[in-house]
Design a protein around this ligand. Structure first.
Ligand SMILES: Cc1cc2nc3c(=O)[nH]c(=O)nc-3n(C[C@H](O)[C@H](O)[C@H](O)COP(=O)(O)O)c2cc1C
Length: 172
């Protein structure tokens, strides 16, 4: 499948089969995650892979009770081990770097027939406590991963190109 097709089929999956994800697939996906670009190639991303049922149940409560967080056979806590460096442009780099790595993850997962969903609605202090994450580590995002109950395509609601792409100068 080419990259454009992968991007087209990736969707947020909020309903999962109980089937576990094969360790070889997880490893393959994370080899692609490793290759993501990052500011100064700092690679500050760190992931905690959670498969334990009780821990997933606890993470669900920390994620505003979104039930698919428990249902998914894998939940990833996407973190950063960072000294909080800013780029010259004024943006803190780890947030971008972790987001790129997570995007690689979602696409690599889609290539393996797996579904994912980003989860930003969570209480970081609770996630820290559940997963014993030290205070110096930033918890950026949770991500669910598993075989989708419904692998079908969805119509994506997106802005038209002319609303997001301006030519040569800012134009409204
Ligand atoms: C940073 C971020 C945080 C998100 N947080 C949640 C969330 O907490 N719960 C949820 O159900 N979906 C969450 N989503 C998924 C978005 O709702 C979804 O990506 C968007 O509606 C577009 O749909 P699609 O992913 O199927 O293309 C999040 C997505 C991103 C990128």
């Amino acid at each position: 499948m080419d990259i454009h097709e992968l991007i087209r089929i990736r969707k947020s999956v909020r309903s999962y089969l109980p089937k576990p994800v094969e360790p070889e697939k997880l490893e393959k996906i994370f080899h692609s995650v490793r290759l993501a670009p990052s500011a100064n190639n700092r690679q500050e991303w760190r992931f905690i892979l959670v498969q334990d049922k009780e821990t997933r149940r606890l993470l669900k409560t920390a994620a505003a009770n979104q039930s698919f967080v428990e249902e998914a056979p894998v939940v990833l806590a996407c973190c950063a081990e960072t000294d909080g460096r800013y780029m010259r442009c004024g943006i803190e780099s780890y947030k971008i770097d972790v987001a790129i790595a997570v995007d690689h993850l979602t696409l690599a997962a889609a290539a393996e027939g797996l579904g994912t969903c980003w989860v930003g609605a969570f209480y970081p202090d609770q996630v820290r406590e559940i997963l014993h994450i030290p205070p110096a580590i930033e918890v950026v995002e949770l991500l669910t991963l598993g075989y989708p109950k419904d692998p079908g395509l969805i119509e994506k609601e997106r802005l038209p190109l002319e609303k997001i792409l301006y030519k040569e100068t800012w134009k409204r």
